[in-house]
Design a binder for this molecule. Structure first.
Ligand SMILES: NC(=O)C1=CN([C@@H]2O[C@H](COP(=O)(O)OP(=O)(O)OC[C@H]3O[C@@H](n4cnc5c(N)ncnc54)[C@H](O)[C@@H]3O)[C@@H](O)[C@H]2O)C=CC1
Ligand SMILES: O=C(O)[C@@H]1CCC=N1
Length: 258
C-alpha cells in the first residue's frame, strides 16, 4: 500500500518509522513544511516531501498527524486529489462528524489515536468511524495491529482514549522518572536507577498482558505480610498516589473536551 502521512512531527514520524519497521510491502511518504527536519526518516526508506499533494493521488491511505487547528486547511488542500481514499485522522479532539462534514465524499473517514510507542511496535491504538464506515476500517485496524494493539471503540470514548492511551505514555514515563529519582536518593547512580526502574515497569506490564491478571493479583504476590512493599505502597496511597493519577487523567479529559 501507499501510505501518505501529513505532518512529520512527534506522532507522524513515530507512525512512519513504526510502519516502516514492523510492516512489509508499504511505501511510506511523510510531509512536513520544513522538510529538512525529517531527513532522518530516509534511513528507514521513508520518502519525505514539503508538498502535501505530491504523489498523494497514488496513496491508498492518507494519515493526518497534524494539530487539530491545521486539519481544515490541510483537508482543503488535499481533498481534490484523494477521492475514494481512506483518510485517517490522528488529530486529537477533531470528531468523525467534523471530518465527515469537511470531507463529504466517497472517502472512508477514520479517526485514529495511537501513541508515540507506535515507533517501537507498542502503541495502544484506538480507532473509530461513523457507523457507515466501520466495516471499511479493517485495513486501518490491521495496519495498527502490526505496530501494537488496535481496537475499534465508540466515537464517544475517543477523547477518553486519547487521555488514557496517548497522554498515558507521558503519565507512565513520569512514574518511571519518579522511581528513578527515588532510586538515586537510595544509592544508585542515575543511569542504573533508570535502567532498573524502566525494566521493572516493563516486567510488570509484560506480566499483566501475558497473564491477563488484575494488577492487585500480582501485587499480592509481591507484598510479604509486614514486609517493605506493603509499607511503601500504603505510604504512597496515604500521599494520594492512585488518587492523583485518577485526578490527573480526569483533568486531561476535561481539558481535551474544552
Ligand atoms: N504527540 C503525541 O503523543 C500524540 C499526538 N496526537 C495528536 O497528533 C497530532 C500531532 O501531534 P504532534 O505530532 O505531537 O505535533 P507536532 O507539532 O510534533 O507535529 C505536527 C507536524 O505537522 C507539521 N505541519 C503543520 N502544518 C502542516 C501542513 N500544512 N502540511 C504538512 N505538515 C504540517 C508541523 O510542522 C509538525 O511537524 C495532534 O493533533 C495531537 O493531538 C495524538 C496522539 C499522540
Ligand atoms: O497533549 C496533547 O494534547 C496530545 C494529545 C495526545 C497526546 N498529546
Amino acid at each position: 500500500m501507499n501510505i501518505h502521512i501529513i505532518g512529520g512531527g512527534n506522532l507522524g514520524s513515530a507512525i512512519a518509522i513504526g510502519l516502516a519497521q514492523f510492516t512489509t510491502g508499504n511505501n511510506i511518504t511523510v510531509t512536513r513544511r520544513n522538510v529538512q527536519l525529517i531527513e532522518n526518516l530516509k534511513q528507514y526508506d521513508i520518502a519525505t516531501s514539503a508538498d502535501n499533494t505530491a504523489g498523494i493521488s497514488r496513496a491508498d491511505i492518507v494519515i493526518l498527524a497534524i494539530k487539530p487547528w491545521q486539519v481544515d486547511a490541510v483537508l482543503e488542500e488535499i481533498l481534490p486529489l484523494v477521492k475514494g481514499k481512506v483518510i485517517a485522522s490522528g488529530a486529537s479532539g477533531v470528531t468523525v462528524d467534523h471530518l465527515n462534514q469537511k470531507i463529504a465524499g466517497s472517502n472512508v473517514v477514520v479517526r485514529i489515536m495511537p501513541n508515540i510507542a507506535v515507533q517501537y511496535g507498542a502503541s495502544a491504538t484506538c480507532i473509530s468511524a461513523a457507523a457507515d464506515d466501520i466495516k471499511n476500517t479493517q485495513t486501518i485496524v490491521e495496519l495498527f495491529d502490526k505496530v501494537g494493539t488496535a481496537v475499534i471503540i465508540d466515537e464517544k470514548l475517543m477523547d477518553a482514549a486519547t487521555v488514557l492511551g496517548a497522554c498515558g505514555t507521558a503519565f507512565a514515563l513520569r512514574y518511571i522518572r519518579a522511581s528513578m529519582q527515588a532510586g538515586i536518593e537510595i544509592g544508585f547512580d542515575a543511569k542504573t536507577a533508570l535502567a532498573i526502574a524502566a525494566q521493572t515497569a516493563l516486567g510488570a506490564t509484560q506480566m499483566l498482558l501475558q497473564e491477563g491478571a488484575h494488577p492487585e493479583q500480582l501485587i499480592d504476590k509481591v507484598t510479604t505480610p509486614q514486609g517493605c512493599t506493603i509499607a511503601g505502597l500504603n505510604e504512597m496511597e496515604h500521599e494520594g498516589f492512585s488518587s492523583s493519577l485518577i485526578k490527573g487523567i480526569k483533568t486531561s479529559l476535561h481539558k481535551i473536551k474544552g
